[in-house]
Ligand binder design. Structure first.
Ligand SMILES: [Zn+2]
Length: 88
């Protein structure tokens, strides 16, 4: 008899998992298991990869400008641009 898997992926899509843990991934705060799962998913899911790239770029810009947060307008613009680049 197989043991039930405590954290079944049923009900939580891999995309949801990736998006929910996006910031943990960016900050390297994930468990090795979750990080591996994230990498596996990003390797074949371009929408999530685009999402990650957008956040990563925003983070870098924010860090460079020493601001607490990227202005909302900037965030939106970068995000829209990347989405067009990767899906269009
Ligand atoms: Zn995905």
């Amino acid at each position: 008899m197989s043991k039930p898997i405590p954290h079944d992926t049923t009900g939580e899509s891999e995309c949801e998992h990736a998006l929910v843990h996006l910031y943990e991934f960016l900050d390297s705060e994930m468990t090795p298991d979750d990080e591996q799962r994230m990498r596996d998913h990003l390797a074949h899911c371009s929408p999530c990869l685009a999402e990650l790239s957008a956040e990563e770029i925003v983070k870098k810009l924010v860090r460079r400008s020493c601001a607490e947060r990227a202005p909302e307008a900037l965030r939106v613009r970068i995000h829209a641009q990347l989405t067009v680049m990767t899906t269009g």
